[in-house]
Write a protein that binds this ligand. Structure first.
Ligand code: HEC
Ligand code: HEC
Length: 180
């Protein structure tokens, strides 16, 4: 959450200008569409067990070490008990590791990793949250601070609140709308 807070802190000083700016095509960070496409993946257990409380977060958005932490702590998963039988748990972990950010299997994963390693000071090698990665914070630096806590959003983890095709794994910038 540190980086998210820092990111939106910076935003506060930029103020309303960013509100106007974010819909305009701007530079490298936002206009590089194709590379930011998430790989379309299917895996039975993952889709069955990891999409009941929230959408099935793409494995490409966290490194393997993060997925090992997530899958090793399912009994205390963000205040929920999301425990699985050992066979299913191992199967899902294998899938997540195969497609993790540092698996070399997707361009977006490589971007996530490049960001994670930028600066040793405070870099979290195995964040439990996608929303804590530098990649995420940077991608969302133009989202107004207040938007994250709006009732219709609730939390940054609620991707589908703004990405209207998130359930289909589509995060294209043209399908983004921040709810009022
Ligand atoms: C019983 C409900 C439940 C199940 C089942 C569940 N989760 Fe979660 N998960 C949560 C809650 C609650 C959060 C926190 C959401 C928030 O902060 O708004 C969360 C958050 C996460 C996050 C962090 C999101 C972020 O970037 O902030 C990841 C990663 C995650 N879950 C992965 C998984 C995986 C992988 C599975 C399947 C093995 C799974 N979850 C199954 C309830 C669940
Ligand atoms: C409060 C609204 C909001 C939430 C919640 C949100 N996003 Fe975003 N997201 C945005 C905005 C706004 C952009 C910037 C679009 C642009 O580049 O103009 C963006 C950009 C992105 C991009 C880059 C798209 C591209 O083509 O450049 C990805 C990928 C993405 N978000 C994934 C996620 C994921 C995964 C989650 C949940 C863990 C999430 N977002 C949660 C609003 C949100």
């Amino acid at each position: 959450m540190n980086y998210l807070m820092r990111g939106i802190g910076v935003l506060a000083t930029v103020g309303t200008i960013s509100l106007l700016a974010f819909s305009l095509p701007s530079g490298e960070a936002h206009g590089d569409g194709g590379d930011d496409a998430l790989p379309q993946l299917t895996h039975k257990n993952w889709q069955q067990e990891c999409a009941s409380c929230h959408l099935a977060y793409s494995p490409a958005l966290l490194p393997k070490a993060s997925w090992r932490r997530v899958m090793g702590g399912l009994d205390q998963h963000f205040g929920e008990n999301a425990s699985l039988d050992p066979v299913t748990q191992a199967d899902i972990l294998r899938f997540l590791e195969t497609h993790a950010a540092d698996s070399g299997n997707s361009a977006i994963g490589s971007k996530v990793m490049r960001r994670q390693g930028v600066d040793k000071a405070g870099a979290n090698e195995a964040p439990l949250r996608i929303t804590e990665t530098r990649w995420f914070v940077n991608k969302h630096d133009e989202v107004p601070r207040a938007a994250w806590s709006r009732k219709a959003v609730g939390s940054a983890a609620n991707c589908a609140a703004c990405h209207r095709q998130a359930e289909q794994g589509l995060f294209n910038e043209h399908d983004v709308r921040i709810p009022k």
